[in-house]
Ligand binder design. Structure first.
Ligand SMILES: C[S@@+](CC[C@H](N)C(=O)[O-])C[C@H]1O[C@@H](n2cnc3c(N)ncnc32)[C@H](O)[C@@H]1O
Length: 211
């Protein structure tokens, strides 16, 4: 079932995010499964659950929507005579309370190949890579802010056969980037600790955000 707007009061941007994610996954899975790879790995790197309305079924969380979308594609291709297609779900989350919820959710769905990784995504890259050992891997990167060790994450993405979606609040990063207190975290996010010098060396006016 596609995301339902009534579950997204006050967080309509998440509704758009989930619509986009689902449409992309749907098209990617149909294309991949029909010729390129019988295995589709979905990595939800910053999985939550986070600020959901549906606290029973998590129907407004990215991990639950991805399961539903990819399972719908797998079943429809099975009905069309394509057996043997496999989807793996790899969820990572830092918050222990959310990890417990993810584990409970996974335990209630033994029919799916779900693995939950606890802790920072950046500290779980080797384990997740090993758990996506073959096939195509789609990685969804959806941090709360921008304190992400992007260099490690980019290396992980480069090492896999796949695609990724990196969602972040560009306006927030732009608004705070000039503060010395957050310069280091912006450097980690841009995978370039020296970003500020390069930014300030740009010709006057060329480093301003246009609306
Ligand atoms: C914006 S929410 C994710 C929402 C979810 N992707 C969705 O669309 O339903 C970001 C989540 O990432 C978790 N988080 C923050 N930093 C993390 C990190 N370095 N590694 C893994 N999880 C992290 C937060 O606890 C939070 O649950």
């Amino acid at each position: 079932m596609p995301p339902r707007i009534e579950n997204y009061h006050g967080r309509e941007q998440s509704f758009i995010k989930h619509l986009f994610l689902n449409k992309y996954l749907d098209s990617a899975a149909y294309k991949l499964f029909q010729g390129r790879s019988p295995v589709f790995n979905f990595v939800d790197a910053f999985a939550g659950p986070w600020r959901v309305s549906d606290t029973n079924r998590y129907s407004d969380a990215s991990f639950s929507q991805a399961i539903e979308t990819l399972e719908t594609v797998r079943r429809s291709l099975l009905d069309m005579g394509r057996p043997g297609l496999k989807v793996r779900f790899r969820f990572c989350e830092r918050n222990p309370v959310s990890v417990a919820k993810l584990r409970e959710f996974a335990a209630e769905k033994p029919e799916f190949d779900i693995q939950v990784f606890s802790g920072q995504f950046e500290d779980n890259l080797d384990g997740i890579r090993a758990a996506c050992r073959d096939g195509f891997t789609f990685t969804f990167i959806d941090p709360t802010g921008w304190n992400v060790e992007s260099a490690k994450v980019f290396e992980f993405l480069r090492s896999l056969n796949g695609e990724f979606l990196f969602n972040f609040m560009a306006e927030e990063v732009n608004r705070h980037a000039g503060w010395d207190g957050v310069a280091a975290s912006v450097g980690r996010f841009l995978a370039d600790p020296a970003w500020k010098d390069a930014f300030e060396a740009m010709p006057e006016g060329s480093n301003e955000t246009k609306c």
